[in-house]
Ligand binder design. Sequence first.
Ligand code: ATP
Length: 152
Amino acid sequence: ESVNLIQTCKLVIAHFSQLSTRKIILHSKEKDNVIQADHSKIKQLLIILLDNALKYSTAPVELHLTKQEEYVQFIIKDYGIGIPQGEVKHVFERFYRIDSSRHRKTGGTGLGLPIAKSIVEEHHGEIRIESHEGAGTEVIVKLPTALSIRNT
Ligand code: ATP
C-alpha cells in the first residue's frame, strides 16, 4: 500500500505527545514522501525506535526524514546515555538488554530492536546504529520506495 511518511511520522509523534510532554522534533524538507510499504509495520517501527530514544535520553529527540531516488532514510537521533562501543553489535539480538542496572526505571523486554530489524528486512531495507556512550544514539533506517515485501 502507499504510505505517506510525513503523515505517518506526524501520527506517531501525536501518539507520543499524548503520553508524555517529551518532545520529538520532525525534520523533513520532502514534499514527495510516499513509499510502497506496510503502513502498520512502518508505524510500529517508528514507535519502537522513538520509544527507545525517549527512554534512554532526556533531551528532545530528533526524527530526520530524507528521500533519494530509490530510498528514503530515517534517522532517529537522541542525546542520551548512548550504547557502549562493544554492545552495539548485540542490541539486535533477541532479549538482549544492556546491564539491567542502567534502566531499572525503564522496563523493557529486549525485543524492540529485533522486531524493528525484522520489519526493515521484510521491506528489503537496512538498519544500523551509531552510538557514543554518554553522548547519544542515531538509528539510521533506509527503506526502498518501491514495494518489495517478501512473502515469508
Ligand atoms: P523494548 O523491547 O521495550 O524496546 P528494550 O529497550 O530493552 O525493550 P530493545 O529495544 O531491543 O529492548 O533495545 C535493546 C537494548 O539496547 C536496550 O535494553 C538498551 O540497553 C539499548 N538501547 C536501545 N536503544 C537505545 C538508545 N536509543 N539509547 C541507548 N541505549 C539503547
